[in-house]
Each structure stands twice: as C-alpha cells, then as structure tokens.
Design a protein around this ligand. Structure first.
Ligand SMILES: Nc1nc2c(ncn2[C@@H]2O[C@H](COP(=O)(O)OP(=O)(O)OP(=O)(O)O)[C@@H](O)[C@H]2O)c(=O)[nH]1
Ligand SMILES: [Mg+2]
Ligand SMILES: [Zn+2]
Length: 349
C-alpha cells in the first residue's frame, strides 16, 4: 500500500469508512471519493490518483457526489461503494416516485437564499426538513446583503424557521464577508451548497477558493430568478482543507421519507400538540386545544401552522408513493427470481 491514511483524511476519510475495509480490501483496492458527476461517468480522486470511471450502481443507491468507492488497483474499475455517513436527498422531480441522492457524506449544508424575492420561508423549511432527516447540520446563508438596508429582517425571519438554527448574511463576492463561513469549512469537512438558481452558490465557492473556478451569471432583473448556470455537481478543495460541493439551482424540492426531519424543524408545533386535552386532537374545534390557544395568544404564527400542515401532507403522500413503488419493484424482482428458479428446475436454463 502506497497511500497514507493521513492523505486520505484530506479527502474526508475517517474511521467510519476505514472500519468498513479489511486489510485485504485495501491491498486490492484504492479508496477514492467521487468529486464530479456527469451523465455517464464519475470523476474520482484519492491519494495520488485522479480518474474518470463509469457510473456505479443505479436507482436510489447510485454513487453520487461525495461518495467513497473502492477501485480495483489494476483496472481502476469501481468494486464497492462504502456506506455513507450522511445522504442529502429529495424526491426526484416530476411524477417519478423515487428518491434522488443530491450529495453524500456531507457534514454541513449551506442553504443559500438571497435578501430579495428569492427568500421564501416554505422553501427553506423544506430544505431544513431534508437536512435534519439526513443528519446534516444546516446553515442558512443569506447572500446579497449588500443590496438591501434590511438584512436584520431577513436574518430574524430565517432564525425562526427551526430551533437552534444558525444563519449568516453575506456578500458572496466579498472575501472578508464570506470569512464568517470558514469555521464550517475546516480540514476534512464537506459542505454542500444548495438553493435556487442565481442566489450566488458558485459565487460564494469562488470567493472561498480565491479564484474563479465555477462560472456565474447575472440574474433576471424583473423577478430575481437565475439562469441555471451550474449544470453538474462538483467538489472543490479549499486551502484550509475543507471541501465545497457546488450544485445546480433546484427548481423543485419535493420531500419524502423525512417525517423525523419535519418533526424536528416544526418542533414547537409537535410540542404544543402533546399539551392538547385529547391525544387525538385535530386542533379544529376540540376543547382544551393547546395549538388553537397558541394561535389565539399569538404565540404561534398561523402561517407557520399552515405551512407545516401542507408540508406534512405532502410528505405523507410522497412517502406512500415511494414505498409503494419500492414494494412493487421488490415483488416484480421476486416474481422474476421464482420464474428463473422454476425454469432452471425444469432444466430449461
Ligand atoms: N451584489 C451581489 N451579487 C451577488 C451576490 N452573490 C451572487 N451575486 C451575483 O448573482 C449572480 C448569480 O450568481 P451565481 O453564483 O451564478 O448563482 P448560482 O446560485 O450559482 O446559480 P446557478 O448556478 O444557476 O444555480 C451573479 O451575477 C453574481 O455576481 C452577492 O452577495 N451580492
Ligand atoms: Mg452556480
Ligand atoms: Zn389540539
């Protein structure tokens, strides 16, 4: 073995991954991290190796940006994908009832929005629920602070969206301003940067890198929407040793399989519900309803409750659809296996 684990640590390698590899595995294989995702290929990098390899696995488990793979030392073919420490994922866009991995083995998620019309509490709550579900620490990054006199209003609105949440307001083009984010970007740390098109994800990464690696373009003047400049996902190493994952602006962020994350983001509503007189209170007309009392006293914002109900209904609906699809496919897989077994036993295969 030529590479040292100290080298791999610079790529985010830790005991979590080491413990999944026997000594024999590492004699035959090279651990590498997926640092860019293209349609049919993955770019991988590790200690003294950079390579382009075919996409690995399919469906919900497909290797994604940030994943660790073991490559055959001789052929550089992917042999195994290591279990992830975390996975940020959403329901695939459109009518597809599948989960789509966005980034793996992420420590911190920068949820980027701007101090303008892009700021949307309901959308941020979606990101937050998915981050909490994935066990990834979220940080709300409010860009374009230089274009408004009212950064405090955006900041306090952001901080109300989940308990214990951090948020920073920055000018993504300004080195001194983005320095506030460096504590999350230290040695071996992986940060995924997500948000709508045009909010300044690539700009922020370029400023942290100190050079223009990612292309950026202006937003539309009339509605502040971006032009979907970044197309693929890629990881970039900072001098301080952290890794930044740039992602394309998301048009749609549907949630599924995220009920725990949702409960954590809306913890104050779940907590109120435990104080209702009836355990199955619908918070409509029942006496002794703590949720309605909180609405009446002004302790609970009716908009927040409305967003929670809407998101919880969507989460239930999507989760059911995703699980049904999985069960159907499992059933179909079993049917194929039994047909193959039966045909074999009849000596036809
Ligand atoms: N004034 C100001 N402009 C900014 C700031 N952040 C980004 N911009 C500008 O906003 C535009 C869009 O920035 P990008 O970095 O391309 O946005 P993006 O989030 O990567 O967008 P996609 O790649 O399309 O998802 C560019 O013209 C940036 O210069 C900021 O904090 N202040
Ligand atoms: Mg971009
Ligand atoms: Zn109630």
């Amino acid at each position: 073995m030529t590479e040292s684990f100290a080298d791999l640590a610079a790529f985010g390698w830790s005991n979590h991954f080491q413990s999944q590899c026997l000594e024999d595995d590492l004699a035959a294989a090279l651990p590498v991290r997926v640092v860019a995702v293209h349609r049919n290929r993955l770019e991988v990098a590790g200690s003294a190796i950079e390579a382009s390899v075919p996409v690995f696995a399919a469906g919900d488990d497909a290797a994604t940006i940030g994943d660790w793979l073991l490559l055959d030392r001789a052929t550089h073919t992917p042999m195994r994908q290591l279990q992830r420490k975390s996975l940020f994922r959403r329901k695939a866009a459109g009518a597809v009832q599948r989960m789509q991995p966005i980034a793996a083995n992420v420590d911190t998620l920068f949820i980027v929005t701007s101090c303008n019309q892009d700021f949307n509490a309901a959308r941020l709550e979606r990101y937050l629920a998915l981050a909490r579900e994935a066990d990834v620490t979220p940080l709300v990054v409010l860009t374009k602070a230089d274009l408004t006199d009212d950064t405090r209003q955006f900041l306090s609105a952001a901080l109300r969206l989940a308990p214990g949440l951090h948020a920073e307001t920055i000018d993504a083009r300004d080195e001194a301003s983005v320095a506030a984010l460096r504590p999350w970007c230290g040695q071996g740390q992986t940060v995924a940067v997500v948000g709508s098109s045009g909010v300044g994800k690539s700009t922020l990464i370029n400023t942290l890198l100190g050079r223009d690696v990612q292309a950026t373009t202006g937003i539309r003047e009339d509605d502040a929407k971006g032009r979907h400049t970044t197309r693929g996902r890629s990881m970039h190493r900072l001098e301080a040793g952290g890794w930044m994952i740039d992602t394309p602006g998301m048009r749609e962020l549907q949630i599924a399989d995220a009920s725990d994350g949702l409960e954590q983001v809306f913890a104050e509503i779940a907590e109120l519900a435990t104080q209702c007189r009836f355990a199955d209170c619908g918070h409509e007309s029942e006496p002794g309803c703590a949720v309605r009392n909180a609405l009446e006293s002004g302790a609970l914002d009716p908009e927040r409750l409305r967003r929670y109900r809407k998101l919880a209904a969507e989460e239930r609906h999507n989760s059911e659809a995703v699980h049904e699809r999985r069960a159907r496919e499992r059933g179909f897989g079993k049917m194929i296996k039994s047909i193959v077994a039966e045909t074999k036993s009849r000596g036809k295969l």
